[in-house]
Design a protein around this ligand. Structure first.
Ligand code: AHG
Ligand code: MN
Ligand code: MN
Length: 335
């Protein structure tokens, strides 16, 4: 890889954005370092895929009733042990575990991590893009918070990240109002990226959704999809990878809106999980000139009621998300 002297690393980014509080800086550097190391481990395994037997089902179901893939378990074990080793994480909530894992820590200012260790499981067997997603929180101020309530009472993420394992391995990191995009150099193990904030481009014309579910959506959503592809000028085009990380990343780079609505009816709440799928993408979007909503309100204003809560998700650059809200009869206040 041709190196450019203006490249920076996640370490540089965190150092640049922290200084007032040394204990917070140390914890954030350790957590970011664990995410980077997990990305290196996963990327190295994924390069060999079926040759080292890491693809395929683990022949069990997780607490959400979904079939667990071997890589879901490998991701869970890899990131959990790295967060444990960091000594800077108080508790880890994961898609793959019913209850958070409380970890021993000795760093001051320890953090909480909510993670989807392997996003896009159904893409594993067909060698299509997959990822890992993280939201990092400060624990709630009240020291009396019971361990299982830590994630319900934490405020918005302080740092969010995802790893995308595809043509190359990307690490997208959002902190302190900025998003940075890094690429793994597999020869040196370094994540390198441009020394500038990353933002959604304007005038994007991609929409990403599993349109097979459209007959089950509310009428206003069906009409919106019909409008963007047939009446809007310019019309929008559909791209759908089937892994939130992959779809979000393409939309971040090219300009596009991602939709995973609930089915019509009071009981439905969508598929994606609030704490470790919607929150981190909402935080990254906000720091990149975008918005995420559940179709009615800002995702980051939703107070979780349970740790594995699901929500509908609409996320993308502000212009496209505002347009979605106008067309579906729920204009966003102040926009
Ligand atoms: P996970 O593999 O972590 O369970 O997440 C899969 C999610 C998300 O990544 C993706 O956008 C969505 O499921 C795709 O769902 P459909 O197959 O229903 O479109
Ligand atoms: Mn997922
Ligand atoms: Mn997952």
């Amino acid at each position: 890889m041709q190196k450019n002297s203006s490249f920076t690393t996640p370490f540089d980014f965190i150092m640049e954005k922290t200084s007032a509080d040394q204990t917070e800086r140390t914890s954030l550097l350790l957590v970011t370092g664990a995410i980077e190391q997990g990305g290196r481990v996963m990327a190295a395994l994924l390069r060999k895929g079926p040759l080292v037997g890491v693809t395929g089902s683990a022949l069990v179901r997780n607490i959400q009733g979904e079939e667990v893939q071997k890589l879901d378990q490998i991701g869970q074990d890899t990131f959990l042990s790295l967060f444990r080793r960091s000594r800077a994480v108080m508790s880890v909530l994961s898609e793959e575990a019913e209850q958070p894992d409380n970890l021993p820590y000795d760093q001051k200012n320890p953090l909480l991590v909510a993670m989807d260790p392997l996003d896009g499981s159904s893409n594993i067997s067909v060698n299509a893009p997959i990822g890992s997603i993280f939201a990092v929180f400060h624990p709630p101020l009240s020291s009396s918070t019971a361990p299982e309530d830590l994630f319900l009472k934490a405020a918005s993420p302080v740092l969010s990240a995802y790893l995308l394992y595809s043509v190359s391995t990307s690490l997208v990191l959002s902190f302190s109002g900025e998003t940075r995009v890094f690429t793994l150099d597999p020869d040196t193990g370094e994540f390198l990226g441009a020394d500038m904030p990353f933002r959604f481009p304007e005038n994007g014309k991609i929409y990403s959704t599993n349109e097979a579910y459209l007959p089950h959506w509310e009428k206003s959503l069906q009409e919106y999809v019909f409008w963007i592809k047939s009446e809007r000028n310019p019309a929008m085009i559909l791209r759908y990878i089937g892994a939130l990380v992959g779809d979000f990343h393409r939309n971040l780079l090219k300009g596009g809106i991602y939709l995973y609505p609930a089915e019509a009816g009071e009981k439905s709440s969508g598929k994606l999980r609030l704490l470790y799928e919607a929150y981190p993408m909402a935080h990254i979007a906000k720091n990149s000139g975008g918005i995420a909503t559940d179709g009615k309100q800002d995702i980051l204003s939703i107070v979780p009621r349970s740790i594995h809560q699901r929500v509908p998700l609409v996320v993308g650059p502000s212009d496209l998300v505002c347009e979605f809200h106008e067309r579906t009869g729920n204009p966003l206040p102040g926009r």
